[in-house]
Design a binder for this molecule. Structure first.
Ligand SMILES: Cc1cc2nc3c(=O)[nH]c(=O)nc-3n(C[C@H](O)[C@H](O)[C@H](O)COP(=O)(O)OP(=O)(O)OC[C@H]3O[C@@H](n4cnc5c(N)ncnc54)[C@H](O)[C@@H]3O)c2cc1C
Length: 341
């Protein structure tokens, strides 16, 4: 296990915001995990896990605690049942699956980050999400200091949600993920944006490899490459409504999309309606091609990010009555050490 002191959280995250973390421990083997948590609890330090940092934001005050950097490597494929160490790059796995002709994660192409975060955040795109293919995961449970096997149901998946970012935040360190994939391909109708692209470009290959190409092309047009532009991808979650709420929203003329995953309003619509599309707010650019994405162009600090977020959320709330929820997780420097893992 490698250990570092006084590292900027901004250097560990794709949003490139966040002050100094007192300790950073690089987890390279399962045996490092109890040691790392043991160190943190001996000093009553709060702990946070960072994998790729593509959905994590640091605050300006940093963290008087310990960041556990997930760097666990390894991979096994038994006829489409993939068991992958948490520190593998997610998109490399998607690429491998597509090459093998496995369906189930091809629409999740080009999502930045590592495998361990994928079930924690229940990553999703274009009609697929990790909950649809996750079989189980192994994790270190800080409540018992033991390795555990978590079945799919244990995650209590929802839209971009699992117990790991809701009720059991910080309790588990996922060490490996098992996905159950099958040979085959996605069935039409696809998401609207995919159908539009297919029609415009006369695409006919809907094999996993073909879908990967389609999704990659759509994403390249809309989403910033984290190596070039600092962002966490979608900064706000979409709005999901029950049937009654959806009817009311439709009466008001809001564009509700009724799909298999529920009744949804794309939050980008609210942001656009409020005139924020393409705007620069306190150094945060509201991405013109995909307004859910906020790019840290010159904001530099969490304070500026918070100002931009506040302006957007309060304007959308005043105009439409919906409070947009933030997607990326924040590293919070709790004064009450040890209480907030
Ligand atoms: C340009 C861009 C586009 C994106 N597009 C999408 C998209 O289409 N769909 C989508 O769903 N997301 C998208 N994202 C968000 C992001 O890529 C995903 O949430 C991804 O899973 C983050 O992986 P990571 O390894 O970087 O996670 P991190 O930011 O390191 O961690 C995210 C959360 O997971 C927890 N975590 C990480 N590793 C573990 C572990 N081993 N055990 C337990 N908890 C862990 C962390 O503590 C944190 O709470 C996008 C982000 C960017 C920058």
């Amino acid at each position: 296990m490698k250990s570092y002191e006084n590292i900027f959280i901004s250097s560990l995250t794709t949003m490139r915001i966040g002050g100094i973390a007192r300790h950073v421990l690089e987890i390279e083997a399962e045996k490092d995990i109890p040691e790392a948590y043991g160190f943190a609890s001996a000093y009553w330090y709060p702990t946070y896990i960072i994998s790729g940092g593509a959905n994590t934001i640091g605050r300006d005050e940093g963290l008087d605690g310990v960041i556990l950097l997930n760097r666990l490597r390894g991979f096994d494929d038994k006829d489409g049942v993939l068991t992958i160490a948490a520190g593998e790059n997610w998109d490399n796995i998607v690429d491998y699956a597509c090459e093998k002709g496995y369906t189930g994660i091809e629409a999740l192409s080009r999502i930045p980050g590592l495998v361990g975060a994928a079930p924690a955040q229940n990553i999703g795109a274009y009609g697929q999400d990790v909950s649809q293919v996750l079989k189980s995961a192994t994790a270190f449970d800080t409540a018992t200091n033991k390795m555990v096997l978590l079945e799919k149901k244990d995650f209590q998946f929802g839209y971009r949600k699992s117990i790991m970012n809701t009720t059991a935040k910080g309790r588990f360190f996922v060490t490996s993920v098992t996905l159950e994939l099958k040979k085959g391909q996605m069935q039409r109708p696809f998401y609207n944006s995919m159908e539009r692209f297919i029609e415009d470009n006369k695409c006919t290959d809907f094999s996993p490899k073909g879908i990967r190409e389609i999704v990659s092309a759509i994403r390249a047009d809309k989403l910033p490459d984290p190596r070039e532009k600092a962002s966490s991808g979608s900064f706000f979650k979409n709005v999901y409504l029950n049937d009654r709420e959806a009817e009311k929203a439709e009466e008001k003329g809001y564009p509700v999309r009724r799909g298999q995953d529920g009744n949804k309003i794309n939050s980008a619509w609210f942001i656009e309606q409020c005139g924020f599309k393409g705007q620069l707010l306190y150094g945060m650019r509201v991405n013109a091609a995909a307004p859910l994405v906020l790019i840290n162009e010159s904001a530099g600090t969490y304070a500026n990010l918070a100002r931009a977020r506040g302006q957007i959320t309060s304007t959308v709330y005043d105009k439409f009555g919906y409070w947009l929820e933030q997607e990326p997780v924040e590293i919070i420097n709790t004064k009450n050490r040890g209480a907030a893992r």
